[in-house]
Design a protein around this ligand. Sequence first.
Ligand SMILES: CC(C)(COP(=O)(O)OP(=O)(O)OC[C@H]1O[C@@H](n2cnc3c(N)ncnc32)[C@H](O)[C@@H]1OP(=O)(O)O)[C@@H](O)C(=O)NCCC(=O)NCCS
Length: 151
Amino acid sequence: MPSRLEPEVRELSKRVHPDRPELPVFQFWANPTLIAVAPDSDRVIGYTSYQLNRTDTGRLDLWLIDLGVASEARGKGVSKELMEARLAIGHSMGCAYAVGLTRPGNEPMRRLFRFFKFDEVKTLPNAYFDGGDGILYMLDLKRKELNNGTS
Ligand SMILES: CC(C)(COP(=O)(O)OP(=O)(O)OC[C@H]1O[C@@H](n2cnc3c(N)ncnc32)[C@H](O)[C@@H]1OP(=O)(O)O)[C@@H](O)C(=O)NCCC(=O)NCCS
């Protein structure tokens, strides 16, 4: 992410997650963050962050840790493009799994995981800051053919 865009991305993250405590300022520096910009301007309409995590057994995984699309840009596939870009990075880095979490009631996000053929692994109680449950999703990146999630 170009550094001049960091305040705009932080603003967008506050707008798309209005109930979440504000993320610490280092969030977007500590974690690689991809952005989507409007075709007719350089306005940021979507962002996503991820982490590369090595497990105790030495396996490298891609953790999907944040995703948001501006309300006026939703339903047009922006999150699909951001997800595809994240998965391509994980694949090229040799990650075994992509790992993500969402709330049971977040239907757009659950549809996105389903579109990319993630497995719904389990429900984790008390997974969020407010005590809400989270559904854990995993995708075997070695099996995934990149492009459009239809593999
Ligand atoms: C979740 C979110 C990122 C999806 O972004 P988006 O760019 O609108 O999503 P896309 O257009 O790429 O569509 C992804 C899927 O969600 C579906 N979808 C989009 N908006 C939807 C809605 N309001 N209700 C139900 N499904 C919806 C799409 O139809 C598509 O599924 P399909 O391929 O089965 O048709 C966006 O809604 C958002 O920013 N929400 C608030 C923040 C958030 O919840 N982030 C995720 C935290 S885990």
